[in-house]
Write a protein that binds this ligand. Structure first.
Ligand code: SAT
Ligand code: MN
Length: 605
């Protein structure tokens, strides 16, 4: 497995396999290759230990990569300020370098693999001089689970090492799982000089390899996450007959103790973490929600014919602004300690702060230092103090709502999958698909307003199929076909639903959202069991008046009805917009989806 096969590179003396803790020959050769190209001063193999963590933190505090926060208000937590030009994923600089351009499809940027490697070679040539090359062995999925996979990230960023230690099972455990000849997904990363013009996030799906240059931001630099667990894994999943999805995973428990496991695909910054950590207002009625994952799900058919899902991650990389005791108390408790905050504001006493932290109360500080490091009077207004895409990185173990089943070896059995987005209109609060193919149609046509999680304009409606637009590692048309085919191979498939918590009337949200979203989940729980009344609409099935659990809901039944409404005029327009969206995929659009559009139009009359 030679990363840069075109050029002969000689490994420097320090990068011999004898200096490495593993006898895995391919891994040692690959690390030696990376070192020969990047010319680091040192090579360090991460073991994932506490002592290693403490040493790295001390080093990062000394060089300013991390800033210590108040040990009383934020014990064990740190602030990282990124370069202001490096605060989000860069979709324009993200490439699928498949051998054939057609395999990348119309929704991905493509670079010919040879051309990409030539370009990357130049950028990586000597880029780690004066730096340490860290080798991060990591596992996506529970340690020892047959469903988990090993990756190796080589990086020159200690911030990445510390973050990967939270987000994955990292270090010795991964090398142990790999053994001397196990398969791994190689990833090479350097922050380079953070020049936005020289930023490349490249994926080589046939080689299961990732090469990322010029960014330190989560989705661009923590290669286990979007790069491996979604872009590369989606290709593996296509080849091997499973699913790698941009989905939260949650466990809903009913008063009789019966559990429903739900996966939910929502674009970045559309509330996946909030839904996964939802506090049920009906907890005292016996309806509770527990967290299995907040971002990624790997799913495959189990021996019982159901779809089983694992959360490949070990932590949360969540959006900070808007997180409060009112919106997401579980997230707030998760990040009370041991958290890396990136690009939040900080008070004079070293307490992290962000817009929305105080809920309905006012900000308790007169002055704050904003994410760029400028101390300003809070009354002066101006730009937000915390970057809109500021993030927390925290271990799943710190989450009070974590399900005891969150790292079961075989995963959790999925009963329902939800597709959601931010839409002002059209999509009702909750909609049940008529069957699998109709559900795939709903997933394939999801629309959502863009957010600060990616660079570029925010608030523009775009089609984001399965919330995978930025994360599908191959042709989106083939991906749709994979979903259709999978439906036929799951003996006991989950029910598919759409939701929209964000519908507006006169500029205001119709539905309160957050904890009250459990009411939609409860309806799903009932529908899965053949109960709960539904109204047949041209768009799918919606809850019949009175079949949503309304106890304690602070809005009128009329308002709920408007949130649930399927408006024919809006749906005529939607059908036209879907036809336009489908045109992008040409003859790769599965005929089943074209047929679903015809059926939708027929139902609309
Ligand atoms: O891409 S990240 O994982 O950094 C955040 C997101 O957009 O979901
Ligand atoms: Mn995400």
């Amino acid at each position: 497995m030679t990363l840069f096969p075109q050029g002969a590179v000689t490994a420097p003396a320090f990068a011999t396999p004898t200096d490495s803790p593993t006898h895995h020959a391919a891994l040692n050769a690959w690390v030696a290759d990376c070192a020969a190209l990047t010319q680091p001063d040192r090579i360090y193999w991460c073991d994932g230990s506490e002592a290693e963590h403490d040493r790295l933190v001390a080093q990062c505090l000394a060089d300013g990569t991390l800033i210590a926060l108040n040990p009383k208000t934020a014990p064990g937590s740190f602030l990282h300020r990124s370069n202001p030009n490096d605060v989000a994923r860069v979709e324009h600089a993200t490439f699928i370098c498949s051998r054939s351009k057609d395999d990348a499809g119309p929704t991905n940027n493509w670079l010919e693999p040879g051309e990409a490697k030539t370009k990357l070679r130049t950028l990586f040539d000597g880029c780690m001089r004066g730096r340490t090359l860290y080798v991060i062995p990591y596992i996506m999925g529970p340690v020892g689970s047959p469903l988990s996979k090993v990756g190796i990230e080589v990086t020159d960023s200690p911030y990445v090492v510390l973050s990967m230690r939270i987000m994955t099972r990292m270090g010795k455990a991964a090398l142990d799982q790999l053994g001397t000849d196990g398969e791994f997904a190689p990833g090479l990363h350097s922050t380079g000089n953070l020049d936005p013009e020289n930023r490349y996030i490249c994926h080589f799906p046939e080689e299961r390899t990732i090469i990322s240059f010029g960014s330190g931001y989560g989705g661009n630099a923590l290669l286990g996450k979007k790069c491996f667990a979604l872009r590369i894994a989606s290709v593996m999943a296509r080849d091997e007959g499973w699913l790698a999805e941009h989905m939260l995973l949650l466990e809903l428990t009913a008063p009789d103790g019966e559990r429903t496991y739900i996966g939910g695909a929502f674009p970045s910054a559309c509330g996946k973490t909030n839904l996964a950590m939802l506090v049920s207002p009906l907890e005292n009625r016996g309806w509770s929600v527990r967290t299995v994952g907040d971002d990624i799900a790997w799913m495959r058919v189990g021996p019982d014919g159901k779809l089983w899902a694992i959360n490949p991650e070990a932590g949360f990389f969540g959006v900070v602004p808007g997180t409060s005791l009112e919106t997401n108390p579980n997230a707030l408790h998760t990040i009370e300690r041991g958290t890396i905050f990136t690009n939040v504001a900080v008070s004079d006493d070293g307490t992290p702060w962000w817009e929305g932290k105080d809920g309905a109360a006012s900000c308790p500080y007169d002055y704050l230092t904003d994410w760029k490091g400028n101390r300003r009077n809070v009354l002066d207004g101006g730009e937000p103090f915390a970057h809109p895409n500021s993030r927390f990185t925290a271990s799943a173990h710190q989450c009070p709502s974590l399900s005891p089943h969150w790292e079961d070896f075989g995963g959790v059995p999925i009963d329902a999958l939800i597709f959601g987005g931010r839409r002002d209109n059209t999509m009702p609060l909750v909609l049940e698909a008529l069957d699998w193919n109709h559900g795939v149609f709903i997933g394939a046509t999801m629309g959502s307003k863009t957010t600060a999680a990616a660079s570029g304009q925010t608030g523009v409606l775009r089609r984001d199929p399965f919330a995978m637009l930025p994360f599908c590692g191959y042709h989106m048309g083939d991906y749709f076909a994979h979903w259709i085919a999978l439906g036929e191979s799951i003996p006991d498939p989950p029910k598919l639903f759409a939701v929209n918590w964000f519908r507006k009337e006169d500029g205001k949200f119709l539905w309160p959202g957050f904890g009250d979203n459990v009411r939609a989940l409860i309806w799903m729980h009932e529908r899965i069991r053949g109960r709960g009344n539904a109204l047949e609409t041209p768009a799918g099935r919606t809850p019949l008046a009175g079949s949503l659990h309304m106890e304690g809901l602070g809005i009128s039944p009329e308002r709920v009805a408007r949130a649930l409404q399927v408006d024919k005029v809006e749906w005529f327009k939607e059908a036209d917009a879907i036809a336009e969206h489908f045109a992008r995929f040409g003859d790769k659009l599965p005929p089943e989806l074209a047929e679903e559009l015809t059926k939708l139009r027929a139902r609309l009359g």
